[in-house]
Write a protein that binds this ligand. Sequence first.
Ligand SMILES: C[S@@+](CC[C@H](N)C(=O)[O-])C[C@H]1O[C@@H](n2cnc3c(N)ncnc32)[C@H](O)[C@@H]1O
Length: 266
Amino acid sequence: MPESAYVFQRVDDQRELERLRMIEQVFDPASQRRLLATGLQAGWRCLEVGPGAGSIMNWMGEVVGVTGRVVAVDLDPKFLREVERPNVSVVRSDIRTAQLSQQSFDVVHARYVLIHLADYEVALTKMLDCLKPGGWLVLEEPDFSASRGIVGDERELGSVHKVNQAIAKMYATLRMDHALGLKLPALLQRRGLQDLIVENDAPLCAGRSGMAMVMKMSAEQLSEKYLDTGVVKESDLERYCRFADDPSAWAIYYATIAVSGRKAGG
Ligand SMILES: C[S@@+](CC[C@H](N)C(=O)[O-])C[C@H]1O[C@@H](n2cnc3c(N)ncnc32)[C@H](O)[C@@H]1O
């Protein structure tokens, strides 16, 4: 199996933690709503794949209570040294090779993880195998093909366009799909999941919004990778960051496609 090529693996830790916390601030309310819609409750067994800074993992631990359990699997759980709850355990592993008991979870959740895998189907098989019959899979992945600057300084808009192209090229070079989110509904349908709930959330955001800050922080963390694509120069990255900081500049930074589906049986 090829080693993980997770793009944020060798970046500055402190700034990565800040970026992950910003992602949580922006996206946790919708993720929590989607997870509660599955019937998540006391006593459930949950798998959180790629917990990042751990807010959803800890929140699920609170919801399922002492009779429930949360297992969190992360390639590098460096931000999870202090697990807050006794019913939550963290496993350091690549989800593709993780040792997990079959048919043992009521819900499996991953947000912004599969996009980082060229062979995401392998991870999906693992997640489905460890789901109980009748259990829920909840996936939330980006669609960067939705990214576009809308209103702002002409030159900055030009750089926003180029940075969006660089993001697409970076993922393509790694054989990852920058629009993976769009494929999720058909993917889960093909795998036989039932009662699919599909949401496509492409917020139009001003500079300095949480979403703009997430993408600015990503550009700072991945600047070398964006430059390596040959599509952008330093000056484009500077203009992109200025745009993301300007409350009068508007963009769709990316869309999130969320799909929930139930495994047959149960
Ligand atoms: C972009 S972060 C998202 C974090 C969190 N899910 C969130 O949305 O706030 C991706 C996370 O997935 C983890 N990850 C990436 N590839 C993985 C893999 N193959 N197996 C397990 N975890 C992985 C990373 O270490 C990181 O914690």
